[in-house]
Design a protein. Structure first.
Lengths: 309, 276
């Protein structure tokens, strides 16, 4: 029957017909993005690395090639400004915050995907990402009023006589982590929910029919299948929290306490140092160091996920 | 017997799931509730015994002016930056979706990468460049820099929409005599409208909430998050709750738009395949 009507044949000769202006159109469409990103993305980044080698004399930038910023920074690495400790604090707080966020979000996304009726799932996701649409800095402010010594949570616990003394959360790195978890959770829930949605349900019931217990289905089928989503979410969380300044300042009080002591986060330190000194070359050098740390983490992350597969 | 037991544990598991969801939503929504609620409370400190309703923080906000001025700045910059990024992003997404060419992979990575670089690093980098050409410290600086970090969002969302477009539609337009430009503007563009609107909304939200880059480049014309940040250094009072409530009311309006545009766009393929 398909042969009887010539018109219904795949019209391959027609499909290859493209008008003449193709190549011009392509470049006109790409040009704005390419030019814009070259001028205002690549150029600033190259410039950032370059400025790290400049110096400041009498509040004026002096172009040149001097290692003095880096020498100075590395000389103060363990003393005075103690950058090494700030980097350590950043890595510790970011990795624990990321881990806790995944731990919180995975079961949450699972509950939405498997327990909530399909027609309500969209609403649940929408509610879960609602905090994302309100201002981040004001959410941190709200957390601060909730968590501080006279705050709602402490006074609530005290009226219930669960605690006698208010708990110190604000101005410790626990506070920083609460802010970060609350910031990361909506996006992570979305990522993990989409990863769980992509899992073929028949694989789960097949495993169950073959006699796997619930735990086995979870550990040996569901978790491995959603592994890319988890790695993706974790890398996302790590990069965002390493670069975040607000939670560490507003909830962590700048130099919040952790098991390593009262140390600032590296990102907050960069911001505060610039606010105090407006020394752009030195800030650029510090930012360049942050880039190097992140590239190393990305590299380690990809190596890790490859070696396990 | 065994089946009954299994059903029982199923129900238990579902119950645990709902309980967990309830707790989780409590955590996620608690600060927003607190923000809205305490913007109407009389007392300066948000403590348990409720002291009474008031609108004085809203009055204070209106009479102070600093935060409102910053809100005005933000409402100028963010919609424009989102619009510019969406226009640039639409054309780039169209070209990347339709054409194959040498270096395409590199180019798509280059165009997405700005959103992966932490804004702190971009903020320092932007300030370094802009201060060399005397473009720092103005609203224009915020506009110029925000467009960079919004383009990836716009490209990503519009690409999702374009990928759902059957390529025959455009080819049909050519075969019926449309030029490529006509097909682009009268066939591809209308098809992309949900993606474009979603991209604008998400870009607007990103820009409106962006702090670090704006802190570095905005100078004496702060955007709202920057103004809130310096406001917080001096006074911690509930007029912050008041502006937070206003912003949240604005974002609920946006959310309605998102629910109508963005979520269907992201979930369309999946819900379709589920029905099949």
């Amino acid at each position: 029957m398909a042969n009887s009507i010539p018109l219904s044949k795949p019209s391959s000769n027609l499909q290859t017909k493209t008008p003449n202006e193709s190549s011009l159109l392509r470049w006109i469409c790409l040009a704005p993005a390419v030019i814009y990103d070259s001028l205002l993305f690549l150029l600033p980044l190259i410039f950032l690395i370059w400025i790290g080698f400049w110096t400041v004399d009498n509040y004026r930038l002096v172009p040149g090639f001097s290692l003095s910023n880096y020498i100075d920074i590395f000389q103060q690495f363990f003393s005075k400004s103690r950058y090494a400790y700030a980097i350590l604090q950043s890595l510790w707080v970011s990795s624990t915050a990321t881990f806790l966020t995944v731990l919180f979000c995975y079961p949450f996304a699972m509950a939405i995907a498997f327990v909530v009726p399909v027609r309500l799932q969209r609403l649940a996701i929408l509610l879960a990402i609602a905090p994302f649409w309100s201002s981040y800095i004001l959410r941190l402010y709200a957390w601060q009023t909730l968590l501080n010594k006279e705050g709602l949570i402490n006074s609530f616990l005290q009226t219930l006589h669960l605690i006698n003394q208010p708990i110190e959360i604000v101005f410790t790195q626990i506070g920083t982590r609460i802010g970060l978890i609350h910031y990361l959770a909506p996006i992570m829930i979305l990522i993990l929910y989409l990863a769980l949605q992509n899992v073929d349900r028949s694989l789960l019931s097949a495993a169950q029919n073959l006699g796997a217990t619930r735990w086995q289905v979870f550990w040996r089928v569901l978790l491995p299948l959603t592994r890319p989503g988890i790695v993706y979410a974790a890398v996302f969380g790590m990069i965002i929290s390493l670069g975040d300044v607000l939670s560490g300042i507003i909830l962590g009080g700048g130099t919040g306490k952790s098991i390593f002591g009262s140390l600032p986060l590296f990102a907050s330190m960069i911001l505060n140092e610039y606010a105090a000194s407006t020394n752009l070359p030195r800030t650029s050098a510090l930012a360049t160091i942050l880039i190097v740390i992140m590239v190393l983490i990305l590299f380690a992350g990809t190596k890790f996920s490859q070696s396990n597969q | 017997m065994a089946i009954q037991k299994k059903q029982g544990s199923d129900r238990l598991l579902a119950l645990a799931g709902w309980a967990y969801l309830l707790l989780g939503f409590g955590f996620l929504l608690l600060p927003i509730f607190a923000l809205v609620l305490f913007s109407f409370e009389d007392s300066r400190l948000p403590t348990l015994p409720w002291t009474g309703w008031t609108l004085k923080w809203y009055n204070f906000l209106l009479s102070d002016g600093r935060l409102l001025e910053a809100l005005k700045n933000s409402l100028i910059v963010s919609p424009l930056a989102a619009a510019a990024a969406t226009v640039i992003g639409f054309f780039a997404a169209y070209a990347l979706n339709r054409f194959e060419f040498w270096g395409k992979k590199f180019l798509s990575i280059l165009l997405i990468v700005p959103i992966l670089i932490p804004p702190l690093i971009m903020g320092v980098a932007f300030l370094g460049l802009l201060s060399r050409v005397n473009l720092q410290g103005q609203l224009l600086s915020v506009f110029l820099t925000h467009v960079v970090i919004l383009i990836p969002t716009a490209i990503a969302l519009i690409t999702i929409r374009l990928a759902q477009m059957p390529s025959d539609i455009e080819q049909a337009a050519w075969n019926l005599g449309a030029s490529e430009w006509q097909a682009l503007f009268r066939v591809v563009l209308p098809w992309s409208i949900p993606g474009i609107a979603g991209a604008w909304l998400l870009s607007f939200t990103f820009s409106f909430d962006e702090f670090v880059i704006a802190w570095f480049v905005s100078g004496f014309q702060p955007t709202l998050p920057v103004a809130i940040y310096s406001f917080m250094a001096f006074n911690l009072d509930p007029s912050l709750n008041a502006i937070g409530t206003i912003i949240f009311a604005l974002s609920i309006l946006l959310l309605v738009g998102v629910e109508l545009l963005l979520i269907p766009l992201l979930l369309e393929n999946r819900s379709n395949s589920k029905q099949a």
